[in-house]
Ligand binder design. Structure first.
Ligand code: A3P
Length: 353
């Protein structure tokens, strides 16, 4: 916790087990990233140690009835959902949506923990001509500001849209009594493929240089940030019938975006015409989204923060995992999913279980 912070935070931060660390160190040979990780609380969520700095402020964050959270395990369709929620909440104001990047429209609660400026030396060499180090430092300075402070400073008259990849147990326990949340979940096999590419895309804390199979092993052994994913999803799923919670699946958005637009509009108490719905559908469709500078993070490319072969809005497919999983991984995943769905009524709409 930040010095002088007396707000209560009920969970301990624990170091990873020695064998977990050893395994991670093998995977991240050129970075001290494994030593930056800790597990938090009874579910053992993996977070960066720097999370401690704002953990209590996040857990006790004063909320407003106009707050809307968009939450997920990362790579589950958060950005897509954010744009949908924001546009419906803001009278389909495409002009403002184009003018103000999504990152500015949505303070990102947990971003600060990735932006340890003193990591930069380890990641980038001053002689590296593909990057603009002073600009990257300036961006990290902004990323490193706790979103709780930014949110607190926002006028009460302005509805706040908040992005987070934190599980519900690390957020304010009474959150749904005051604020709304739209949570989006996705087939963990597609999440891990997307996350694998993401960990090569963003050169922020670590560059994963291993194979997909190695990354899969990290993911399903709960050694990636915000893991364990099933606990993350289950916490939100348990609240899915709360009137202030809307639980979505990426696969539903993908299969029938129109139906999802209607569900989100109903949840937010908004009415849209058929014509408006058609336009929103177009706006959110993958090809348009991929080219939409306000949401696609391409501005990070100019300063060298993105790997040349990767992009944030990547493939947008369901079931793409099949191209990555060999027979062994497929069986591991099936068992893993079955184990985690046992004793719960969580069901992914596209899985036959
Ligand atoms: P892929 O890497 O599988 O393509 P998040 O926003 O939570 O990080 O999720 C990113 C994933 O959502 C990426 O998945 C991205 O391509 C996908 N995505 C983003 N916008 C999309 C859209 N309009 N339609 C379909 N998928 C989209």
């Amino acid at each position: 916790m930040e010095k002088g912070n007396t707000l209560p935070f009920p969970y301990e931060f624990e170091d990873l087990k020695a064998e977990e660390k050893e395994y991670l160190e093998k995977m991240y040979k050129f970075s001290d990233y494994p030593s930056e990780l800790s597990r938090v609380g009874p579910k053992g969520y993996v977070l960066l140690k720097s999370y401690k700095k704002d953990a209590a402020n996040i857990y006790n964050m004063p909320l407003r009835p106009t707050d809307v959270f968009v939450a997920s395990y990362q790579r589950s369709g958060t950005t897509w959902t954010q744009e949908l929620v924001w546009l419906l909440s803001n009278d389909l104001d495409y002009k403002t949506a184009a003018a103000i990047p999504l990152t500015e429209r949505y303070p990102f609660l947990d971003l600060f923990m990735f932006a340890e400026i003193n990591h930069l030396d380890a990641l980038f060499k001053p002689t590296d001509t593909t990057i603009d180090l002073p600009k990257i430092e300036a961006v990290f300075e902004i990323f490193g500001q706790p979103a709780t402070r930014i949110l607190e400073a926002m006028p009460v008259s302005t509805p706040r849209f908040i992005k987070t990849h934190l599980p519900m147990s690390l957020l304010k326990p009474s959150l749904l009594d005051t604020a709304k949340m739209v949570y989006v979940a996705r087939d963990p096999r597609d999440v891990v493929v997307s996350y694998y590419h993401h960990s090569k895309l963003f050169m922020i804390i670590s560059r994963f240089e291993g194979t997909f199979k190695e990354f899969w092993n990290l993911f399903y052994k709960d050694l990636c940030i915000f893991c364990p994913i099933f606990e993350h999803v289950k916490e939100a799923w348990e609240k899915r019938n709360h009137p202030n919670m809307l639980f979505l699946f990426y696969e539903d958005l993908s299969k029938d975006l129109n139906a999802s637009i209607s569900r989100v509009a109903d949840f937010l108490g908004k009415k849209i015409t058929q014509e408006e719905s058609v336009r929103l559908y177009e706006h959110l469709s993958f090809d348009n989204f991929k080219n939409n500078k306000s949401v696609n993070f391409e501005d990070m490319r100019e300063i060298g923060l993105l790997a040349p072969t990767e992009s944030f809005v990547r493939k947008g497919k369901t079931g793409g995992w099949r191209d990555y999983f060999d027979e062994e991984m497929t069986q591991q995943a099936e068992q893993w999913i079955a184990d985690n769905l046992r004793n719960t009524d969580l069901r992914y709409p596209h899985m036959n279980n």
